[in-house]
Write a protein that binds this ligand. Structure first.
Ligand code: ZN
Length: 336
């Protein structure tokens, strides 16, 4: 059914005519309860009668199924697929992990409507990795070791998403919207620069997390945990479904600073950015007395980063891309 030139045979007109797709309400009784569903119908443009079009019945079945589930607050097939993807678990093991029979989830995926009780279990598992971990532990002996471990570690990684502040998640979501490819190493550095530039320009941190001085530069450990096994393309990662739309809650000032950093520091790879942070005072101060064997627990407090970037702002004017570029140029010219 294409947008233009929709035509089919009208049995009233006894010829091929153009038709329009419209929504019509129907009332259907399911388990002694009346429901009103809006379904798509094809109407002849000449006589106004409804026409039967190939594929329309399938579409109506799907429409009724979706509307029934939403009226009853039941999960959709998409929700179940998302659950499998987020926790990296197959349909049969998922069934067992949730305490259902082995074929229950496969049947739901084929279109069977779940009971309210089972639907609620599935819903809770989607929104709570702690609950998913609990279910996995309860049913551990029913699963293979490999399936258990894979799902459990996925649940832990999702859990760390919730240990990161909302502001941090919004900043990360916005970075991913602006940059197509971000490696974990790059992401860490960009967050650090965003914190530095923002706090220098506005006198307060953008997010509450403190970073730590790791061998390869400043690192936010919660974020590191979150993206440990993260691939370069965030689109393929189901975890990003949880981040969707988060960036909308940022203020204009916050977005402005992220844009400044993404358009300047963001054009370099992780290793080049590491060279810059290694040449900065906050890092060098954290390293003092440790040589190369800096302990990874060493804090790099946000106040120290702010202090440093206030000085950099006075020297370079980092409220513009040009100022930041000059700063980057100077830092890369230094011999460490
Ligand atoms: Zn007709």
């Amino acid at each position: 059914m294409t947008e233009k030139g929709r035509r089919d045979f009208c049995i009233e007109c006894r010829k091929e005519t153009a038709y329009l797709l419209q929504k019509r309400d129907i009332v259907k009784n399911i388990r002694d309860k009346d429901y009103t569903f809006a379904i798509t119908v094809a109407v002849c443009a000449e006589c106004g009668e409804e026409m039967s079009i190939p594929g329309l019945i399938d579409k109506n079945v799907q429409e009724i199924d979706e509307q029934y589930r939403s009226a009853e607050g039941l999960v959709s097939i998409d929700d179940i697929e998302r659950l499998m993807k987020i926790y990296k678990i197959g349909k049969a093991p998922l069934s067992l992990a949730l305490g259902f029979g082995e074929v229950t989830i496969p049947r739901y995926l084929e279109g069977q409507v779940p009971s309210k009780e089972y639907s609620d279990i599935i819903k809770t598992a989607i929104s709570s990795p702690a609950y998913m971990k609990q279910k996995l532990m309860e049913n551990r002996e029913k699963l293979t070791d490999a399936a258990y471990r894979k799902a459990f570690s996925a649940a832990e990684s999702i859990e760390s998403l919730f240990s990161v502040s909302d502001k941090m998640l919004r900043v990360i979501a916005y970075i991913f919207e602006k940059l197509e490819e971000v490696t974990p190493l790059m992401l860490q550095k960009l967050l650090y620069f965003i914190q530095g530039v923002y706090s220098a320009l506005y006198g307060k941190p953008i997010f509450e997390e403190d970073c730590r001085a790791w061998l390869h530069g400043p690192v936010y450990p919660e974020v590191y945990e979150l993206f440990r096994d993260f691939k370069y393309n965030p689109i393929d990662d189901a975890r990003f479904a949880l981040l969707e739309g988060a960036e909308d809650a940022l203020t204009d000032d916050e977005k402005r600073v992220i844009n400044l950093v993404v358009n300047t520091f963001g054009i370099y790879g992780g290793k080049v950015l590491e060279k810059i942070t290694h040449n900065e005072d906050p890092w060098m101060e954290a390293r003092k007395g440790y040589g190369d064997s800096i302990p990874s627990s060493e804090f790099l407090p946000k106040e120290r980063i702010m202090k440093y970037y206030i000085l950099i702002n006075q020297k370079y004017g980092i409220d513009t891309e040009a100022g930041l570029r000059t700063y980057i140029h100077d830092m890369l010219g230094k011999v460490s």
